[in-house]
Design a protein around this ligand. Structure first.
Ligand SMILES: *[C@@H]1O[C@H](CO)[C@@H](O)[C@H](O)[C@H]1NC(C)=O
Ligand SMILES: *[C@@H]1O[C@H](CO)[C@@H](O)[C@H](O)[C@H]1NC(C)=O
Ligand SMILES: *[C@@H]1O[C@H](CO)[C@@H](O)[C@H](O)[C@H]1NC(C)=O
Ligand SMILES: *[C@@H]1O[C@H](CO)[C@@H](O)[C@H](O)[C@H]1NC(C)=O
Ligand SMILES: *[C@@H]1O[C@H](CO)[C@@H](O)[C@H](O)[C@H]1NC(C)=O
Ligand SMILES: *[C@@H]1O[C@H](CO)[C@@H](O)[C@H](O)[C@H]1NC(C)=O
Ligand SMILES: *[C@@H]1O[C@H](CO)[C@@H](O)[C@H](O)[C@H]1NC(C)=O
Ligand SMILES: *[C@@H]1O[C@H](CO)[C@@H](O)[C@H](O)[C@H]1NC(C)=O
Ligand SMILES: *[C@@H]1O[C@H](CO)[C@@H](O)[C@H](O)[C@H]1NC(C)=O
Length: 631
C-alpha cells in the first residue's frame, strides 16, 4: 500500500488523532500506533526522507494533541474508559524516534514523563487502564490486551529508566512493578502443570475459555519476550527458564516449519492446514530478536532468522502490495474457500489482498523487517559489537567516543558468504554469530583470534580488530537438512531457508475489498497497485517425496528484484516424487496427509521442484514421505 494511503487509512481507523472514540473498523485504537511502531525504524534505517517526513507529521500531530493531564492519543474506548494498551505500540515508535533523531528527544521524553505521572495515578487506583471487563466473565467487548501484552510497555519504561530517568527513577520503577503485578503471568502459564501442549481442538472449551489471553496467537508471539523483558527489569533469573520453556513449547506443539506459530486466531496444533497470522509472524521476529539481545542464547537468533526469511516473505507478495492475513504450511491455492478451516478466520483470510481479514495485519506487518534490521547489530559490553541477525547491512556507531562502522555485504540467506569491511578509529571486538545449523565456519582475510572459539551458549565468535580498515569474509557451511513433522511428513531446509514444493498458479486480480463487508473499495479511492487476488494451482499438489533423493541446485544468475517474487529465486531442490491419495478437510483445503503405510503411487514417478518457501506463495511445506527405492 502506498504509504500516504496507509496514513489516511490509519487515521480513519483511529477516528482521527487525539480525538474521541474510534469510528473506524477497530475499536482498539491500534492502527496508527502500529503504523508508528513500524515506520520509525523503517524510515530511519533506510534514511528515507519521504518516510521521515511522514513520521514527523504524525508524531508532531500526536504530541500537539496531548491532553491537559498528559494522556496521549484518543481519549476513551471501552465503557468510556481510558485503556493503556494502544499507547504501548506508539511508545515503541516514539522511543526509537528519540534515539534516531535528536530533535525529538526532549519533546518525546517530556511527553513520556508526563504520561508516566498520569499512568502512576491510574495504576495506583486499582490498576485503572489495565483491563476493562464489562461483566463477571470475559466477553468479546472486554479489553484484556494491555494485561496480556504488558511487556512492550515495560520495554519503553526500561528505556526511560536507562537513558532518560529525569527525576522519575522511583516513579518509573513503581510503574513497572505495578504493571508487572497486574499483568497476565506468563511464568505461571509456561509450566508443566498449566501449559496446553495438546492440539487445542482436543481440549474442552471450559479449559480454553479461561486461558484466552495465553492462547491468542499474536498475544503469544508478543509474549515470547515477556520473560526476557521482565527479567531485565526485575532481575529474577528464574524468568530465563520461563523464556526458554515458552519458546521451546510454543514451537514444539504449535509451530510451523517456517518459524511462526500456528494459531488461527487461537493456538491450534500441528496440522498443516492450520494457519499463522501475518501479525504473529512479525511479532515472533521482534520477540525472538529481543530475546537474543537480552539473553544471548543463540537459539533465539536462529528462530528469529527462520521466521524472517520464511514465514514473513511467504505471506506477502513480491511487490509487497498485498498480503495474507493467514498462511497455511500446506496451501496449494489461495481463493475464497467454500468453508473456513480455521477457528476464527474468514474464508478470505488466506488470500493475498489489502485487508483480507482484520486490518491489524495491514498496519502491523511493516514492523517485521525494520525490527529485524534494528536488532541485527547490538552492543556487547563497552567495546564490542555483535552481528546478531545475519543479513546485509551497515552499522555506524561510537565506541569510547570514536567512530566505528561495520559493513556487511552478502546474499545471505541465499548464499553462505558474508563480506565485511570495517572502518574504526579504535580497536574493538566484533562478534559474529554462528547459527546452530552451520556445519563449519571459515574466516578469510583477517587474523582470526583462535584463542576465542565459538561460545557454546551465545554462538558468537570473537574477532579482535585493530583500528583502521579491515576486510574479511565469513563463510558458513550449509547442509541440506530434513526435519520430521506430524503425519509422517518432513520439512526440508538448507541453512536458514525452508524449501517447499512450489505450486505454479494463475493469478487473477480484483478490486480490494473491505474486510468486514467484503464490498469493493469504491473505484478511485485506492492506489492502482492495490488489488485482492485469487491464486489457482495449475498442477496437482497431492505429492509425496522420497527424501533420500533430495538434491540442492544453486542455479545461476543474481537474486531477482523483488527478491521474493514467486518462483524467481535461482536456487531450488529436486526430489523423486509421485501423486498420492490426499483427502480434503471440510471439502475446502488439503487435510493432514494419510499415514505412511497407506501411501501408494497414483501416478508415474516424476521430479518435484522445491523452492525457498518465501518465494513459493503456493506451497506444500509439510511433505509426506514415500520410499521410491527400486521404483
Ligand atoms: C529530525 O526531524 C526533523 C523534524 O522533522 C527533521 O527536520 C530532521 O531532518 C530530522 N533529523 C534527522 C537526522 O533525520
Ligand atoms: C479492581 O479491579 C478489579 C479488576 O478490574 C475489579 O474486579 C475490582 O472490583 C476493582 N476493585 C475496586 C475496589 O474497584
Ligand atoms: C521533575 O522534573 C520536572 C521537569 O523535568 C519538573 O517540572 C518537576 O517539578 C520535577 N519534579 C520534582 C518532584 O522534582
Ligand atoms: C522469581 O520468579 C519465580 C517464578 O515466578 C517466583 O517463584 C519467585 O518468587 C521469584 N523470585 C523473586 C525473588 O521474586
Ligand atoms: C466468499 O465465500 C463465502 C462462502 O464461502 C461467501 O459467503 C462470500 O460472499 C464470498 N465472498 C466473496 C467476496 O466472494
Ligand atoms: C496429523 O498430525 C496431527 C498433529 O499431530 C494430528 O492431530 C492429526 O490427527 C494427524 N492426522 C492424521 C490423519 O493422522
Ligand atoms: C488444483 O487443485 C484442485 C483442488 O484440489 C484439484 O482438484 C485440481 O485438479 C488442481 N488443478 C490442476 C490443474 O491440477
Ligand atoms: C489405511 O489403510 C488401512 C488398511 O487398508 C485402512 O483400514 C485405513 O482406514 C486406512 N487409513 C486411512 C487414514 O486411510
Ligand atoms: C526403502 O526401500 C528399500 C527397498 O525396499 C529398502 O532397502 C530401504 O531400506 C528403504 N528405505 C527406507 C528409508 O526405509
Amino acid at each position: 500500500m502506498r504509504l500516504s494511503t496507509t496514513i489516511a487509512t490509519a487515521l480513519s481507523m483511529t477516528g482521527g488523532l487525539g480525538l474521541a472514540q474510534s469510528t473506524g473498523p477497530s475499536n482498539l485504537n491500534e492502527a496508527l500506533p502500529y503504523w508508528v511502531n513500524g515506520l520509525v525504524p523503517l524510515a530511519y534505517t533506510l534514511q528515507d526522507e519521504r518516510l521521515k517526513e511522514q513520521v514527523s507529521t504524525v508524531v508532531d500531530t500526536v504530541l500537539d494533541r496531548i491532553q491537559p493531564d498528559g494522556w496521549i492519543g484518543p481519549e476513551t474506548v471501552a465503557g468510556g474508559q481510558r485503556m493503556i494498551w494502544a499507547r504501548t505500540l506508539i511508545f515503541l515508535g516514539l522511543t526509537n524516534l528519540a534515539d534516531a533523531n535528536a530533535t525529538y528527544e526532549k519533546p518525546i521524553v517530556d511527553a513520556l514523563h508526563r504520561f508516566n505521572g498520569l499512568m502512576n495515578s491510574m495504576l495506583k487506583n486499582n490498576g485503572t487502564g489495565m483491563v476493562y471487563q464489562s461483566g463477571d466473565k470475559l466477553s468479546a467487548d472486554d479489553f484484556v490486551w494491555f494485561q496480556a501484552r504488558s511487556e512492550d510497555m515495560i520495554v519503553s519504561l526500561q528505556w526511560l529508566l536507562d537513558y532518560h530517568p529525569g527525576n522519575q527513577t522511583n516513579l518509573l520503577k513503581q510503574n513497572i512493578e505495578m504493571i508487572y503485578k497486574y499483568a497476565s503471568k506468563w511464568e505461571g502459564w509456561y509450566t508443566e502443570e498449566n501449559y496446553v501442549s495438546q492440539d487445542l481442538y482436543d481440549v474442552p472449551a471450559s479449559v480454553t475459555d479461561d486461558q484466552w489471553p495465553f492462547l491468542h496467537g499474536v498475544t503469544v508471539a508478543e509474549g515470547l519476550k515477556y520473560a526476557a523483558v521482565m527479567r531485565r527489569s526485575t532481575s529474577n533469573e528464574s524468568l530465563l527458564t520461563t523464556a526458554k520453556n515458552g519458546v521451546d513449547w510454543t514451537f514444539k506443539y504449535h509451530g510451523s516449519a517456517s518459524g511462526t506459530i500456528l494459531a488461527d486466531e487461537r493456538l491450534a496444533g500441528l496440522n498443516p492446514y492450520y494457519g499463522s497470522e501475518l501479525c504473529t509472524d512479525v511479532e515472533v521476529i521482534y520477540s525472538l530478536a529481543y530475546n537474543f539481545y537480552a539473553i544471548g542464547d543463540s537459539d533465539y537468533a536462529d528462530r528469529a532468522e527462520l521466521a524472517a526469511f520464511n514465514a514473513l516473505p511467504a505471506a506477502v507478495s513480491g511487490d509487497w502490495w498485498s498480503h495474507q492475513y493467514m498462511t497455511e504450511p500446506n496451501q496449494p491455492f489461495s481463493k475464497n474457500l467454500s468453508a473456513t478451516p480455521f477457528w476464527n478466520v474468514n474464508t478470505l483470510g488466506q488470500t493475498f489482498g489489502v485487508e483480507p481479514d482484520y486490518p491489524c495485519c495491514t498496519v502491523n506487518h511493516p514492523q517485521g523487517y525494520p525490527k529485524f534490521a534494528m536488532y541485527s547489530y547490538v552492543r556487547n559490553g563497552d567495546t564490542g559489537i555483535v552481528h546478531s541477525l545475519l543479513s546485509p547491512g551497515r552499522v555506524q556507531t561510537e565506541i569510547q567516543g570514536k567512530i566505528v562502522s561495520v559493513d556487511c555485504q552478502t546474499d545471505y540467506p541465499f548464499d553462505n558468504t558474508l563480506s565485511y569491511t570495517v572502518d574504526s578509529d579504535v580497536p574493538f571486538q566484533l562478534y559474529l554469530r554462528v547459527p546452530n545449523w552451520a556445519t563449519q565456519t571459515k574466516i578469510q582475510g583477517s587474523p582470526r583470534d583462535d584463542s576465542a572459539p565459538k561460545d557454546p551458549k551465545t554462538g558468537l565468535i570473537k574477532l579482535n580488530l585493530p583500528a583502521g580498515t579491515t576486510k574479511f569474509s565469513y563463510q558458513l557451511g550449509m547442509d541440506l537438512i530434513t526435519a520430521d513433522r506430524a503425519n509422517d511428513t518432513v520439512a526440508v531446509y538448507r541453512g536458514p531457508l525452508l524449501y517447499a514444493l512450489h505450486i505454479p498458479h494463475t493469478t487473477s486480480a480484483e478490486a480490494p475489498r473491505f474486510y468486514n463487508t467484503q464490498k469493493d473499495y469504491p473505484a478511485g479511492t485506492y492506489p492502482d497497485q492495490a488489488h485482492d487476488y485469487a491464486l489457482l494451482n495449475t498442477t496437482e499438489w497431492n505429492v509425496a517425496i522420497d527424501p533420500s533423493t533430495l538434491e540442492y541446485h544453486a542455479g545461476s544468475g543474481s537474486l531477482p528484484e523483488p527478491t521474493f517474487t514467486d518462483g524467481q529465486l535461482p536456487m531450488y531442490m529436486t526430489a523423486r516424487a509421485c501423486l498420492i491419495d490426499w483427502p480434503m478437510f471440510r471439502g475446502a483445503v488439503p487435510d493432514s496427509p494419510i499415514p505412511k503405510s497407506n501411501r501408494t503411487c497414483l501416478s508415474d514417478i516424476f521430479e518435484a521442484t522445491l523452492r525457498p518457501y518465501g518465494s513459493a506463495k503456493l506451497h506444500m511445506s509439510d511433505l509426506p514421505t514415500i520410499n521410491l527405492t527400486g521404483k
